[in-house]
Design a protein around this ligand. Structure first.
Ligand SMILES: *Cc1c(COP(=O)(O)O)cnc(C)c1O
Length: 390
């Protein structure tokens, strides 16, 4: 098998035998003609299977070392398909610090169908032991977590879960298969918000699921088709076009993020930087053991909450916006944006408070990004000092 950089660049490039098109075509069709009764080209109706989507699904399954891939209309749609594996009365163990939308889907939607969740530090085996019940069916891990960048040892949790008969589900959005492959570490299901790094250009909304094992893959194929939140052919094509440059982008994202995180660590206005690439990160060793590198997002806590509003007003190159993983740098204020649906007591208990900013570092020149941040910090400091003396 070729190296992952090669496989990424070649997605769909050798799949079109008729014309030899190097870019796989967008098959904008929902119905497929049957040669005769009892015969099919393999395609019948586009919700079940669609040619452009199939190339994407096979590519992600192979990249994540799984058996089957499923492309969904968003990351949330992918999570909904996965949660539909469970039934009334089932219980899930979920990472304590996690994407706000996942929490909302569990607490405001799945809970109405009798599926409950407990939120724990998934790196704490004792906590897992005390949380597991007879009706627990799965552990859902985000690693690193968004926004606090806590890292879970996937191999450790997956082997614990296997002994208990639980599925291990990993949200691999932040690292992508270029940097981390949870199935190789024992996970059963990987989920992606492909809207983020896989797409990479802040222009396509998509979700991907990869599963290991025949039975589980068949169950997911049934649910994917039954629920119907599938990805359309245009968006499947856009996502594959983005994925071709994933390796290059992730390398630059990591380089830029590491440079900026080190710079901010020294800054007098900053209380703390949360990034697993930094040696003082509590799970630095685990991160290095299980992944090839680091994501391009990190978060940091200002010493003074009053600096947040002026910093967000003064950044010019870096956009104040709610997403991550694209080529353009974005700054997010989790307490009011991505994590607003998580109750304040829970947010504060894990540390997502009003002094925390999340930075999705793009692929611009790192010096330009540092200069933009520093002018925003200086302007914020000047406003606060001006306010104090007035
Ligand atoms: C964005 C995100 C999701 C949700 O994905 P959408 O594509 O926005 O529906 C799920 N998990 C993580 C970690 C995310 O960042």
């Amino acid at each position: 098998m070729h190296n992952i950089e090669t496989r990424l660049a070649q997605i769909g490039s050798q799949e079109e035998p008729v014309t030899g098109a190097v870019s796989f075509p967008v098959y904008q069709a929902t119905a497929f003609r049957h040669p005769k009764l009892g015969q099919s080209t393999g395609f019948d109706y586009a919700r079940t299977k669609s040619p452009t989507r199939t190339v994407l699904e096979e590519a992600i399954a192979e990249l994540e070392a799984g058996d089957a891939g499923f492309a969904c209309s968003s990351g949330m749609a992918a999570l909904q398909v996965i949660f539909a594996l469970f039934s009334q009365g089932d219980h899930l163990i979920v990472s304590l610090d996690l994407y706000g939308g996942t929490y909302r889907l569990l607490e405001k939607v799945m809970s109405r169908f009798g599926i409950t969740a407990s939120y724990v530090d998934t790196n704490d085996l004792d906590a897992l032991e005390t949380t597991v019940r007879t009706n627990t069916k799965a552990v859902l891990i985000e690693t690193p977590t968004n926004p606090l960048m806590m890292v879970t040892d996937i191999e450790l949790v997956a082997s614990w879960a296997k002994k208990k008969g639980l599925l291990t589900i990993v949200d691999n959005t932040l690292l992508t298969p270029f940097l981390q492959r949870p199935i190789e570490l024992g996970a059963d299901i990987v989920i992606h918000s492909a809207t983020k790094y896989l797409g990479g250009h802040n222009d396509v909304l998509a979700g991907l699921i990869v599963s290991k094992g025949q039975e589980l893959s068949q169950q997911l194929a049934f649910l994917h088709n039954s629920i119907g939140a599938v990805l359309g052919p245009q968006d499947s094509w856009l996502l594959m076009r983005g994925m071709k440059t994933l390796a290059l982008r992730m390398e630059r994202h990591e380089y830029n993020a590491t440079r900026i995180a080190r710079h901010l660590q020294q800054h007098p206005m900053i209380a703390e930087v949360f990034y697993p690439a930094l040696e003082n990160h509590p799970q630095f060793a685990i991160q290095n053991k299980q992944s090839k590198g680091n994501t391009g997002i990190f978060s940091f806590k200002m010493k003074d909450a009053r600096t947040i509003e002026p910093i967000l007003r003064h950044i010019k190159l870096i956009a104040f916006a709610e997403s991550l993983g694209g080529v353009e740098s974005l700054m997010t204020y989790p307490a009011v944006q991505t994590h607003a649906d998580i109750p304040e007591e829970i947010r504060r208990a894990v540390g997502v408070d009003d002094r925390l900013l999340r930075f999705s570092v793009g692929i611009e020149h790192v010096d330009d990004l540092i200069a933009d941040l520093m002018q925003a910090f200086e302007a914020a400091a000047a406003e606060l000092n001006g306010g104090a003396s007035r």
